[in-house]
Design a protein around this ligand. Structure first.
Ligand SMILES: Nc1ncnc2c1ncn2[C@@H]1O[C@H](COP(=O)(O)OP(=O)(O)OP(=O)(O)O)[C@@H](O)[C@H]1O
Ligand SMILES: [Mg+2]
Length: 354
């Protein structure tokens, strides 16, 4: 009776647990947390000292007794304990700011395609450990399709591509389900690595991850534009060991990014090749939809469209498609039931090692 009473007041929470960013929404309120998925740990005391944006500020500037932990790897929990603590930190923040009671909320969380039962259970356990009362799992790509307003319920195919930090998911969706898909461990973070490698190979310059990312965001592109843009790139000269700055232009950055861009395009083509012809016809008519924050790479839509010979559009506010889809599911129990993944908790044979 008391539990029922509490449930009535308990708001549902949605989580997009991304490799780069964790975004959390609550019922009737929308997005309340959007922070980098990174945690700073004091090794001497074995204590978390900063989470999210605060921890990100320390990247590349931390003394050896502070470790920066990225608890997700390619969309999957790689450090269970840190993930649980990070979620608990965010939940506590939400509770303090939004609720004045302590009912354990129901939580809807997105999971990548092709996760194992153990990986699925780790997500459920981390959310429960952080304070959830019940956990509902949905595929991130389905949530993203809902967020991008694709007609997932009909018997007609849509292709959605989520370009994230740790992974790219390519899926053809029809009748509430993924018909065909491919996951690539190449996405935004690999693009940063491409720029670091390019600077090393071409200029003997060692640059940090944050600098590589800011260059990508400022002048990175996948399709040539008429106007040249440049940006300064600062780092350490690998030969002299001294600080060095060079000016890099958009065509050099495009060249640097090309291994990732080519891999993504090849994967899209291979999914199209495997897709039944009727669905390809639908996709051609509707166009491929790109989402995920890395879909903001300038010209990626044009490049994919040129190479795959299919119209392409970028979803509105691509970085929040997944969480907006989850937010939609919070209020639509019927749709949630259609896209819900079976819980790993139902399978008594699976035991996860923490
Ligand atoms: N304007 C931009 N141009 C290009 N890339 C961008 C831009 N803004 C963000 N990114 C990149 O997008 C990536 C993060 O995407 P997103 O937030 O969708 O990932 P995620 O959901 O945390 O990760 P994943 O879905 O892979 O688990 C980062 O690599 C970031 O550098
Ligand atoms: Mg994501």
């Amino acid at each position: 009776m008391f539990k029922k009473f509490l449930n009535k007041f308990s708001k549902k929470i949605g989580i997009d647990l991304g490799t780069s960013k964790t975004i959390i929404c609550i019922q009737d309120k929308g997005i309340v947390i959007s922070e980098p998925t990174v945690v700073a740990i004091n090794n001497r005391l074995d204590q978390i000292i900063a989470v999210g944006e605060e921890a990100r500020k320390m990247i590349g500037k931390n003394p050896s007794y502070i470790t920066l932990a990225y608890p997700l790897d390619k969309g999957v929990i790689s450090d269970f304990e840190v993930t649980e603590k990070m979620l608990k930190y965010f939940f506590d923040k939400i509770f303090q700011e939004n609720f004045n009671f302590s009912a354990r909320p129901s939580v809807i969380i997105g999971i990548p395609l092709d996760v194992t039962e153990v990986e699925k259970k780790a997500v459920e356990d981390a959310a429960m450990g952080a304070g959830a009362g019940k956990v509902f799992l949905v595929e991130e790509i389905m949530a993203a399709a809902i967020g991008a307003r694709l007609p997932i319920q009909g018997a007609s195919g849509s292709m959605i591509i989520n370009l994230g930090g740790g992974k790219t998911e390519i899926a053809v969706i029809s009748l509430y389900g993924v018909v065909i898909s491919k996951t690539l461990n190449i996405a935004g973070d690999e693009m940063n690595k491409n720029i670091i490698q390019y600077a090393r190979d071409n200029f003997n310059l060692l640059i940090g991850e944050k600098i590589a990312e800011s260059i990508k965001i400022k002048i990175g592109s996948a399709f040539a534009s008429e106007e040249e843009t440049t940006v300064e790139m600062r780092g350490r000269d690998l030969i002299s060991g001294l600080p060095k700055e060079i000016i890099i232009n958009d065509s050099q950055v495009r060249e640097a990014l090309s291994p990732s861009v080519i891999s993504i395009i090849d994967a899209i083509k291979s999914v199209l090749e495997m897709t039944p012809p009727e669905l390809v016809a639908d996709i051609y008519e509707r166009g491929i939809v790109l989402c995920g924050a890395a879909a903001m790479l300038t010209g990626i839509d044009k490049r994919v469209s040129n190479e795959a010979e299919i119209p392409v559009r970028i979803a509105d506010d691509p970085a929040t498609c997944t969480i907006r889809g989850i937010n939609f599911l919070i209020d639509d129990q019927k749709l949630l039931n259609e896209v819900l993944m079976p819980s790993a908790m139902d399978d008594k044979t699976v035991k996860v090692g923490k």
